[in-house]
Design a protein around this ligand. Sequence first.
Ligand SMILES: Nc1ncnc2c1ncn2[C@@H]1O[C@H](COP(=O)(O)OP(=O)(O)OP(=O)(O)O)[C@@H](O)[C@H]1O
Ligand SMILES: [Mg+2]
Length: 339
Amino acid sequence: MKTNLGLDIGSHSIKLIELYRDGDTGTLRAAGAIATPPKSLSSTLAADHKALADAVKQLVKQTGAKSTEVHVALPESQVFTRVIDVPQLSQHELSSAIKWEAEQYVPLPLDQVNLDFSILRDGKETGTGKMEVLLVASPKALIEKYITILDMADLNPVGAETEIIAASRALVRSAPSVRNVMIVSLGAQTTDLAILRNGVLAFTRSISAGGEALSRALAQSLDFNQLQAEEYKKTYGVDKSQLEGKIVAAIKPIMDTIISEMKRAILFYQEHNKNESAEVILLSGGTARLPGMVLYIAEATGIEVQLGNPWVGIRRDQRFAVLDPEGPTFTVAIGLSLR
Ligand SMILES: Nc1ncnc2c1ncn2[C@@H]1O[C@H](COP(=O)(O)OP(=O)(O)OP(=O)(O)O)[C@@H](O)[C@H]1O
Ligand SMILES: [Mg+2]
């Protein structure tokens, strides 16, 4: 039976999911998470990469994962992903034309990136005569860094994709009948957005604000240390009735940034899609577990919000029951294991 190993190396924690694959779903074989050594992910120092590789190794050992071939997530903030409109071309024509198209959009010299593309909708489907193409440009230096780290951890990377693409695969299964779905992945350092039309990616964006910024804002306004701030954040969240609304007031500026980017994304999508709009917002990422987050975003956007459930359809025995509430944390790793 085919086994798939997904590894999501976040700035806060590293998540691992191993599945026995069966059709488009599977049976959970191994799962777990471990703290990311501080600042190691953003570092360029060999010692930090070694620390990261050691953490990955330890996670593989403690979860008992058996595969050595791994699918990894690349940080949205460092990969350039965009849905672009191009003239109607064949797959073959597009593979030679994509460089010219990419030059207009990718902010890095093209010899420094790996270019990848897939046709999302052809001219007939869009009704405009133009095709919609997903363009992904991954910096070569980033890919090399991941290869080095995984190699040190005795793992062999067989696939890489951005976090939001993996998260979308995991979550879209829970809302199969909804035409326009927004996915919001609230991590520690970043928040990634996507809008899917009929399960296909139609828009992506990444914002550099997440759970860490919320804790920092809380520490500053209420004069807490980092640990206290983290504790209060997880206990009271964005529930306005708690502590006379002091917690919410402290983290509101960060939430405002996230909400306003979400609204901009929704507006952009409406303008480009004949006024179709996100019908439901599915949340993922550790920060989605903040008490009151679902209600807060629903009130701020006027759209139905749910905590995404990536476990839908995945068979798992009793020993994994403790992970049920941790779905948001494991969404990206689950999506990778479903590739
Ligand atoms: N139960 C919880 N309630 C509220 N916040 C939580 C909870 N659990 C984790 N968090 C917050 O979620 C964040 C970690 O989420 P996640 O594991 O998705 O991040 P990451 O993938 O490591 O980060 P990034 O993707 O930004 O690099 C931290 O800021 C943490 O404080
Ligand atoms: Mg993450």
